[in-house]
Every structure is written in structure tokens, then in C-alpha cells.
Design a protein around this ligand. Structure first.
Ligand code: GLU
Length: 443
């Protein structure tokens, strides 16, 4: 595959949720796997609703997921390109001015519905004469601009949905430019995709209808269109869609809840595909597993509770190198390897850090037994064989075995009923701390 150029184009009108992350990751993983480029393009032409804070927040959310754009662009800074495209479309007679108010359009639509006709714009504005337009403008009306669709069937081979087609005769001529000269999403997106050399448009299936319109614009402006892939949308366990507005399942709230970024990524990418949702140790592993052709056409239903169990499974897989930056300076590789299997969230590391290097409250069930065991602790240096040698000696001296042998030692040494293998923890706890916790009677 020649290196693809892909883009994620969120409108910064809210924070992204796990469903948006699905789109971002699909694009990013394809770029990453094939050595391509990933563009983060803020679709911020709606100045009333877009904010710089939301844009910054989205970048933070993506960075947390491990999604690093090669380029960040803002459509609000690229208006001149869109204006040039408008001129080109006007001179090709593909854009025409229309003057209807929203109220007039609504009334017309109701009439059409009452007559059993499809609610499609009737192209009344195309019949306006020069004089009609002059009169409307003299009344103070400003035109919005519609694309004159070619009423043909537009076809494309969707990389998820296969052979796709839309009969453009069934669509209203879309408005590309509003009365106030601002742009709707449709045209800037195409202009940028052309200018940035986007090879694959990978987005949610809520954009399928736009694709027919946009392919017509691509053809008018550039003579050809990129490849398209429309993926199914994530829905929650009850089948409900996700919304940026409610903040539910936003990436920032998931981060705060303590779930792992890689668990979120695995759920976002693998749910609703023929691949099993499983923990991965890196985004590269996920990139290798991911294939657009595996994405299902049915809704991608996921259970938010799955994020918790996948978080634990992910932690169990992560290497020291993958988490080193998040650990404290004194946390060693041996420590991480000893404790990762017992974490349900990353924050649990603090508990085990205190066990090996801090203060804990030992639980002493049988003080005499613990003191005798303390007396049998071998001299350091210790390694992973020390535990077996020591408990063997304790067993020989006291006759305790099985749970009666191990459980009181675990409680005394860690203060916990359960935890990582003591063979690994004991050398990290060290002789001095072990003696203190066991009761120090016989040193
Ligand atoms: N702003 C649009 C969205 O978030 C972009 C769609 C596209 O990728 O073309 O849905």
C-alpha cells in the first residue's frame, strides 16, 4: 500500500467520546501501519459553537490515547481556499443563489409531505430571473448558495460497506455557503481533502449521504475522489447513540475514571468487528490487528463495563518500558513485573509501592509464629528463590504447611489478604522491612 494520507476532522464544539475516538483511531492506525500521514483537522467553521478550549482538549484526549497527528490544521484559517473553490464552482455554473428563508422552506416541505412527495428542495431559485434577484436583494435579502447536483447515481466501493450508490435525484441541492458568507461543512472538507492529498476518507456511516454530494464536488474541483470507508457507529449497551453534548463516555471522563488508554483504544477499535475485543500491549499491536474489511455493518454495541476488565488485562500485559514514564522514580522493572498482574487500575501501584518501599500496617495473626519465622530469614542478598528456601525452613521448624504457613506470612509482610507472588515481592521488601513487619523478636 502506498503511504496513505488520512484525517480526523472533529468539530471542536465539545470533547470527543469513545465513538469519536473510534474514527480517530481507525485513521491513525492505518497511517501508522502503512507509514502514512495522519492529519488532525479541526472543522471549526461554525465560529459560534467552536472554541479553542475544546480544540486543545481534543488534542489532549488524542495524546492520551497515543494518537499523535503529523499535522494539525484549523479550517477557520483556511477560508481563502474555500472562497477560491466557490469561485470555481460558480464559474462552472454549479453554485446558484437561493433566497428562501428557513420558514419558507419549512412550509414548502410540509406541503410536499401533505401531497405525499419527498421533501426535496424544488430548485425554485434556479428559475429566478436577474430582475427577481435584484428585487429580493433590494428587499435586503442575501442569498445562500446551493450546489446544483447532477441527478445521477453516484457509485463508490466503500472499504467497509462494499459497492455503494446513492441516487442524487433523491437529494436536495445542498447549501454550501450561508447567507452570511460562512461555510457549511460539506465544501471545506472536500477542498481540504484535495489540498492535503487525502487518500482515504474514513468516517462514521452518518456521512454516507454526504459522500455522494462530496464525490460530485471532488469531481468538479479535482477530477477524482479519494477512497471512502464508512464505519458503523458505537452504541451503548441499551443501543443508544453517543453524543458529544452530554459528555457521556467522553475520553476525558474515562481518563479520570482510571481506565487504561489502551483498553479504551482496543474497545473503540475492535468492538463491532469480526475481531474479538481483547487487551493489547501497544497501539502497534492494535494497528496490526485492525482491518477495515473486518468492520461489521451492524451497530457496534459495547458495554462500558467491559472497559474495566480490559483495563486490568491491559495492565497485566504492559512492559516496564511502556509504563516507566508513569511510575515513580524508585519503581524498578522488577517491581513492575512483580505487581502488574495484580492491578485493576494503574492507581493500585501505590499500594504495592508502599508494600515494598513504604509503611504499611502488618496484620499479625499469630505473633509467636511470625517471630519464629523472622528468626529464620536468611541473610541477604535475596532473589526469587529466597521465599521458597525461607518458607521451607519455617515449615521444617514449625510444622506449619499450606495456607497455615503462607497466609500469616503474607498478612504480616504485606498487610493484604491477597497480592502478587511473594517470591517476587520478598526480595523487593528486603530483610530489614521483613523483620520489622514480622515482629522483629529474633533478629
Ligand atoms: N466534522 C465531521 C464530523 O465530525 C467530519 C466528517 C468527516 O470526516 O468528513 O463528523
Amino acid at each position: 500500500m502506498t503511504p496513505p494520507v488520512v484525517r480526523f476532522a472533529p468539530s471542536p464544539t465539545g470533547r470527543i467520546h469513545i465513538g469519536n475516538a473510534r474514527t480517530a483511531l481507525f485513521n491513525y492506525l492505518i497511517a501508522r501501519r502503512h507509514g502514512g500521514r495522519f492529519v488532525l483537522r479541526f472543522d471549526d467553521t461554525d465560529l459560534a459553537r467552536s472554541t479553542g478550549e475544546y480544540a486543545a482538549g481534543i488534542e489532549t484526549d488524542l495524546a492520551w490515547l497515543g494518537v499523535w497527528p503529523d499535522v494539525v490544521a484549523r479550517q477557520s484559517q483556511r477560508i481563502a481556499l474555500y472562497e477560491a473553490a466557490v469561485e470555481k464552482l460558480k464559474s462552472a455554473k454549479l453554485l446558484y443563489p437561493a433566497y428562501e428563508t428557513q420558514g419558507e422552506l419549512d412550509r414548502r416541505r410540509k406541503l410536499q409531505q401533505a401531497r405525499g412527495l419527498p421533501p426535496i428542495y424544488d430548485r425554485a431559485a434556479l428559475k429566478l430571473t436577474h430582475e427577481d434577484r435584484a428585487r429580493l436583494e433590494a428587499e435586503g435579502r442575501r442569498p445562500h448558495w446551493r450546489l446544483r447536483l447532477d441527478h445521477r447515481v453516484v457509485r463508490w466501493t466503500d472499504l467497509v460497506r462494499g459497492d455503494s450508490h446513492i441516487d442524487c435525484a433523491s437529494l436536495s441541492d445542498p447549501v454550501l455557503v450561508r447567507e452570511d458568507g460562512t461555510f457549511l461543512y460539506t465544501l471545506p472538507s472536500v477542498v481540504d481533502d484535495i489540498e492535503m492529498g487525502v487518500t482515504h476518507v474514513i468516517r462514521g456511516e452518518d456521512h454516507v449521504t454526504n459522500t455522494a454530494v462530496q464525490i460530485q464536488i471532488f469531481e468538479a474541483l479535482a477530477g477524482g475522489a479519494p477512497a471512502f470507508a464508512h464505519h458503523n457507529l458505537l452504541v451503548d449497551a441499551s443501543g443508544g447513540g453517543l453524543s458529544k453534548r452530554t459528555g457521556a463516555l467522553s475520553i476525558s471522563s474515562l481518563r479520570e475514571s482510571g481506565v487504561e488508554a489502551l483498553a479504551v483504544a482496543a474497545v473503540a477499535v475492535l468492538t463491532g468487528s469480526s475481531d474479538e475485543v481483547r487487551a493489547v500491549a501497544s497501539l502497534d499491536e492494535l494497528a496490526q490487528a485492525f482491518d477495515l474489511a473486518h468492520v461489521s455493518r451492524n451497530a457496534a454495541r459495547f458495554d462500558p463495563a467491559e472497559l474495566k476488565s480490559l483495563t486490568a488485562k491491559t495492565l497485566h500485559l504492559l512492559t516496564f518500558a511502556a509504563v516507566e514514564a508513569r511510575l515513580a522514580p524508585g519503581d524498578t522493572e522488577a517491581f513492575w513485573n512483580a505487581v502488574r498482574g495484580n492491578l485493576t487500575t494503574f492507581a493500585d501501584v501505590a499500594l504495592w509501592r508502599a508494600v515494598v518501599a513504604g509503611d504499611i500496617a502488618p496484620v499479625i495473626e499469630d505473633a509467636d509464629f511470625c517471630r519464629r519465622a523472622a528468626g529464620l530469614l536468611p541473610p541477604e542478598p535475596w532473589d526469587e528463590t529466597t521465599w521458597a528456601a525461607w518458607t521451607g525452613a519455617v515449615k521444617a521448624a514449625t510444622g506449619a504447611k499450606g495456607r497455615a504457613l503462607f497466609h500469616p506470612l503474607r498478612l504480616a509482610l504485606t498487610g493484604q489478604e491477597q497480592g502478587p507472588e511473594l517470591a517476587k515481592l520478598l526480595p523487593l521488601i528486603g530483610r530489614l522491612r521483613a523483620l520489622e513487619r514480622l515482629g522483629r523478636a529474633t533478629v
